[in-house]
Design a protein around this ligand. Structure first.
Ligand code: PRP
Length: 209
């Protein structure tokens, strides 16, 4: 038997849905579900090894070829770019990138340079550059909603899922930027060397989403 295909899986929000998908395919995911503190888990009946990692690291591991496949959000892909194939939209982990401000505040128009707080500086820069707008970007690591409330920024570019965080903090979406969902990515060399196995797995995934 070939060595297992190594799949980097984003820990947290996408983890449960990805395991759900693997179970729907028919794989025994007991080891992954009962992982404890272990980070590399086998799915022996699929000849797969699951590596649990943070979203940015999923991309790093797949780009470097130490994992053949990755499951990661389009948000991270848009922010990090990188060289890999994006083969399937898994349909879960749905949310969106949006521009939000304090409720009722005017953002567009006027001549002053606006400040945007975000965890996704590249996504924000690309969005406003495409409009030919000069923007100052402040990188924030968590709860970016705080920035406009503290008057650090005029708006935020962030992920919106249910909209509850914005609502509870007196903010509102003024523009949708891009839809987000979980994607299956594949290392470029793995795609050549293990094409048959990867295509078979992608087919199984596509048949079960
Ligand atoms: C994300 C995002 C928002 C929140 C939106 O943060 O940055 O704060 O979810 O979700 P909602 O529209 O359903 O309220 P996350 O919970 O992923 O935490 P993080 O700050 O660790 O990224």
């Amino acid at each position: 038997m070939n060595k297992p295909l190594r799949i980097a899986l984003t820990k947290g929000r996408l983890e449960k849905d990805t395991i759900g998908l693997f179970e729907k395919i028919g794989y025994d995911c007991t080891a992954v579900k009962e992982k404890g503190r272990k980070l590399i888990l086998p799915i022996t009946d699929g000849n797969i090894e699951v590596v649990l990692a943070k979203a940015n690291d999923v991309i790093t591991y797949v780009e470097h070829g130490v994992c053949d496949i990755g499951v990661v959000g389009k948000d991270t892909i848009m922010e990090m770019k990188g060289k890999f194939f994006e083969l399937a939209d898994l349909g879960f982990g749905k949310c969106k990138f949006a521009l939000a401000t304090k409720k009722g505040e005017k953002f567009y128009g006027g001549y002053d340079i606006k400040t945007i707080a975000t965890k996704y500086p590249n996504v924000a820069r690309n969005h406003f550059e495409a409009k030919g707008m000069d923007i100052e970007i402040v990188k924030i690591e968590g709860s970016v909603e705080l920035a406009p409330l503290l008057e650090l920024s005029d708006g935020i570019v962030d992920i919106v899922e249910t909209g509850t965080t914005l609502k509870e903090n007196g903010l509102e979406v003024i523009e949708d930027i891009a839809p987000i969902s979980a994607r299956l990515i594949v290392n470029m060399v793995s795609m050549k060397l293990r094409q048959k196995e990867i295509e078979a797995l992608v087919k199984l995934v596509e048949d079960n989403i």
